[in-house]
Write a new protein. Structure first.
Length: 165
């Protein structure tokens, strides 16, 4: 459950820095940038992959400053955690409208979430059926009209391109 963020120059793919979390809140599974902050998901798992008595209810989304100071944290709704089980949150990215897409490890579902106005639990807005069975993904930010998602399908080692409506 030890994690670090590794930083590369995208032009040269030269390693230029990192931030090590050590053993923190879980396994860092995705990172994204929004409103001048870093957002990192720390996954926890059920069953044989659990750590130190934690299960996937310990999965947390954390907001950091550029100096890696934690300024906020949210847990996931019970319904989403049950869908993730026995695994956890694998992918995430912010949409242009400020909503958050999340995926688990193995279901063909994308979760549209938002930060709550009060409280500590993310709000589930909608479940969206997708063709890819979970894992990491990226939003094509060059696309101006539609949400185009690129995802890796681990079952057949392909890249899936999908428009989310």
């Amino acid at each position: 459950m030890a994690s670090s963020i590794e930083i590369y120059d995208t032009r040269t793919m030269t390693h230029i820095g990192n931030h090590s979390f050590g053993i923190y809140r879980g396994s860092a599974t995705w990172i994204d940038r929004k409103d001048g902050f870093w957002w990192v998901a720390f996954a926890n798992y059920n069953g044989k992959h659990s750590f130190e008595g934690r299960d996937n209810r310990w999965t947390t989304l954390v907001k950091f400053t550029d100096q890696w100071i934690e300024v906020g944290a949210w847990v996931y709704p019970k319904e989403v955690l049950e869908d993730f089980s026995p695994n956890s949150n694998s992918g995430g990215s912010w949409r242009k409208d400020g909503m958050l897409y999340l995926t688990g490890h193995d279901k063909k579902i994308m979760y549209l979430m938002k930060i709550p106005e009060t409280g500590y639990t993310l709000s589930l807005v909608e479940k969206i059926s997708v063709t890819n069975p979970g894992q990491a993904f990226a939003i094509d930010r060059s696309e101006k009209k539609n949400e185009i998602i690129y995802a890796v399908n681990r079952e057949n080692n392909t890249v899936v391109v999908e428009e989310i409506k």
